[in-house]
Design a protein around this ligand. Structure first.
Ligand code: CA
Length: 226
């Protein structure tokens, strides 16, 4: 299920968005302030954020800038009809699309779908074959080699590898990896990651006890170094 973060301070609209998007099988987290939105996004990264530009505690543009500091999550802004300059600032700050209030739910849902579809095409690394000093992974053919040896990875190991390879060099939180690979509700199962990364390193790293490619940042997350 794709996860949407909604930031809207008007209670009636927040409720209507939540009900309508849940009815379309999205997982929804709805908050009323910019600071709550930034906090929520740092916990489990959403697949898309819907951000009202007029918020009580900060400008919606600041929320976008805050998210864009570390995330490429698609962002749709909700803006008042008379605020053209605000829309431009929002797009400059990194928003992907905007919807002008008042809007129909069908229009918003169509925008959400389109933004998610665009984001999806960027999900895989540009090159389907990733080669490091230790191993080669062919993501399209699902083949792994270490030197001359063919290595077998399980479907879960492939998911985990792909989740990291999509963002080379980037630190990905443990909660985010768990939610992406195992699904929502698994964010606290940090032990799964220990077990699976130990396995991956045994299979792929030259020196599993001194990994050079699948790096743990203790207490924070994991990073793939090409
Ligand atoms: Ca507002």
């Amino acid at each position: 299920m794709q996860r949407l973060l909604i930031v809207e301070d008007e209670p009636a609209l927040r409720r209507a968005l939540t009900i309508n998007l849940k009815a379309r099988h999205y997982e929804v987290e709805a908050v009323a302030t910019g600071s709550a939105a930034l906090k929520a996004a740092a916990g489990v990264t959403p697949d898309l954020a819907i951000i009202d530009l007029g918020l009580p505690d900060m400008d919606g543009v600041e929320v976008i800038a805050g998210l864009r500091g570390w995330s490429s999550v698609p962002i749709i802004v909700l803006s008042a009809r008379d605020s053209q300059s605000q829309k431009v600032r929002a797009l400059d700050a990194g928003a992907d699309d905007y919807v002008t209030k008042p809007f129909g739910m069908d229009e918003l849902v169509a925008r959400v779908r389109a933004a998610l579809r665009r984001a999806d095409t960027h999900e895989l690394p540009g090159e389907p074959v990733v080669t490091t000093s230790a191993f080669t992974l062919d993501l399209a053919a699902k083949r792994a080699r270490r030197g001359d040896l063919e290595v077998r990875l399980t479907p879960t190991e492939w998911h985990l590898v792909e989740a990291l390879l999509r963002r080379p060099g980037t630190l990905v939180s443990g909660a985010q990896l768990l939610a992406e690979v195992w699904g929502p509700g698994y964010e606290k199962e940090i032990n799964y990651l220990r077990v699976y990364f130990a396995q991956l390193r045994r299979k792929l790293e030259d020196e599993p006890s001194h990994p050079r490619h699948f790096i743990t940042e203790p207490g924070i997350g994991y990073r793939f170094e090409p």
